[in-house]
Design a protein around this ligand. Structure first.
Ligand code: SAH
Ligand code: SF4
Length: 365
C-alpha cells in the first residue's frame, strides 16, 4: 500500500517536473513506470545525457536525446576562487545567462541557486538588481543548477541549498517551490528540508504561504535596516510592505512553524551600521526564534562601501549585548564575483552569445 502511494507520488511529481519527457513516453506507448525511471535518472543519478540512463532501453534513450534532452541548461564556464568557492555560468535554451555558486565550508557544500534571470526588485546595493528582470526560471532550470554542482563535486555531496542567487524567489513562487520539492523528494535528489533555505526581500503574502507549506524549509528575510524611510531608500520595491506588515508575517511564520527565522542584514558603511540601528533592531526582533544574520557589503558598482571588519564585529558585539541572537557571516568567493549580491553574469552582459568562450571542465571528477 505504502509502495503504491510512493509510486503514485513519484509519478505525479515527475509529470510536473518533466512534462516533455512524459509526452515522448506517451507518444511511444511506453509503460507508465518509465516516467519514474526517467525522473530517478535525472534527479537521483543526475544524468545529463539520456545515454547515461542505463535503466532505460537504448531506443528510448536515443529518442529522448533528440526530443526531450536530459540537460536544459548549457554549462558554459566554471570559476574557482582561492577559498574553494566555485561559480557556474549557464545559458538557458533561449540565450539568457544565469549564475550559481557552490561554497565549501567546514565539511559542508552549500549550493546557492538562482530563480530568475535578473531581478525586478531594484535593491540599490545589488548587482542582480541592476540587470532588471528578463524572465522567471522554471522548476527544472532551478533544480538543474544543484544537479550540475553535485556532479562537479562528486564524490563529495551537496549538504545545503540556499535560494540566494539571482532573483526574488517569492515572485516565482510555484516554480521555485516545485524545484525545492524535487530537491527534497526522497525519490528525487533527497536533501532534507532543513538543509534548504530560501531568502526573500519580504513579500508578506508569500511568506505566509511559505509558512503553510508542509516541508520544513528554512526562511530568511532581507531586512537591512529597522527604519522605514531607510528601507524604502535601499529596497524600493520591497517598500510596498511596511516593516510592521513584514513583522506580522514574520510572527506568523514562527508561530505556525516553530522554526528559526533569519533576518539578513548587509552592513553598508555609514548607512545602516550605527549604534541606533542595533538599538532599533533589538526592539524589532523580539521573538526568541528570530536570528540576525549580518554580512558585510560585497563590492558592487553601486556607490556603497563595506563596513570595516572592526566595525562589523562591534555591531555584532553590541547586538548580542542587547540580547539579540546574531552572527556575522564571512564573505566567500569575492575574487570571482561569487559573493552575495555580486551575481550578474557581467562579463557577458551586452555581448552576443557566440563570443562566450566555453571552458571545458570535467564533471563528476
Ligand atoms: N532576492 C532575495 C534572495 C537573493 S539576494 C533577497 O533579496 O533576499 C541574497 C542576499 O544577498 C539578500 O539578503 C540580499 O539583500 C543580499 N545582497 C544583495 N546585494 C548584496 C551585496 N552587494 N553585498 C552583500 N549582500 C548583498
Ligand atoms: Fe533582487 Fe534580492 Fe538583489 Fe534585491 S537583493 S535586487 S530582491 S536579488
Amino acid at each position: 500500500m505504502l509502495d503504491q502511494c510512493r509510486y503514485n507520488r513519484r509519478t505525479m511529481r515527475a509529470r510536473q517536473f518533466i512534462p516533455e519527457v512524459q509526452r515522448v513516453l506517451e507518444e511511444r506507448g511506453e509503460p507508465t513506470y518509465r516516467l519514474g525511471q526517467a525522473y530517478a535518472a535525472l534527479t537521483g543519478s543526475l544524468v545529463r545525457d539520456w545515454e547515461e540512463a542505463t535503466s532505460l532501453p537504448q531506443g528510448l534513450r536515443r529518442t529522448l536525446n533528440l526530443e526531450a534532452p536530459a540537460a536544459v541548461l548549457d554549462l558554459r564556464r566554471t570559476w574557482r576562487a582561492t577559498d574553494g568557492t566555485r561559480k557556474y555560468l549557464f545559458y538557458t535554451h533561449d540565450g539568457h545567462a544565469i549564475e550559481t555558486v557552490m561554497i565549501p565550508e567546514k565539511g559542508r557544500h552549500t549550493v546557492c541557486i538562482s530563480t530568475q534571470v535578473g531581478c525586478p526588485m531594484g535593491c540599490k546595493f545589488c548587482a542582480t538588481g541592476l540587470l532588471g528582470i528578463k524572465r522567471n526560471l522554471n522548476a527544472r532550470e532551478i533544480a538543474e543548477q544543484v544537479f550540475v554542482a553535485a556532479r562537479d563535486i562528486a564524490p563529495e555531496r551537496v549538504s545545503n541549498v540556499v535560494v540566494m542567487g539571482m532573483g526574488e524567489p517569492m515572485l516565482n513562487y510555484n516554480e521555485t517551490l516545485g524545484a525545492l520539492k524535487v530537491l527534497n523528494d526522497p525519490d528525487g535528489f533527497g536533501l532534507a528540508a532543513r538543509h534548504i533555505a530560501l531568502s526573500t526581500s519580504g513579500l508578506v503574502d508569500k511568506i505566509r504561504r511559505f509558512a503553510d507549506e508542509p516541508e520544513q524549509f528554512h526562511l530568511a528575510i532581507s531586512l537591512h535596516t529597522p527604519f522605514e524611510d531607510e528601507r524604502r531608500e535601499l529596497m524600493p520595491v520591497a517598500a510596498r510592505h511596511t516593516i510592521p506588515e513584514l513583522m506580522e508575517a514574520a510572527r506568523y511564520f514562527v508561530t505556525r512553524t516553530r522554526r528559526k527565522l533569519f533576518f539578513e542584514y548587509t552592513l553598508l558603511a555609514g548607512v545602516n551600521d550605527q549604534p541606533r540601528h542595533v538599538e532599533a533592531l533589538a526592539e524589532l526582533l523580539d521573538h526568541p526564534l528570530y536570528h540576525l544574520n549580518l554580512l558585510r557589503f560585497n563590492w558592487t558598482d553601486t556607490g556603497f562601501s563595506a563596513t570595516s571588519k572592526r566595525d562589523a564585529r562591534e555591531f555584532l558585539r553590541y547586538a548580542r549585548e542587547l540580547g539579540l541572537s546574531a552572527t556575522l557571516r564571512p564573505s566567500r568567493g569575492q575574487d570571482i564575483d561569487a559573493a552575495c549580491g555580486q551575481l550578474a553574469a557581467k562579463d557577458l552582459r551586452g555581448r552576443p552569445q557566440g563570443m562566450a568562450q566555453p571552458v571545458a571542465i570535467t564533471l563528476g571528477e
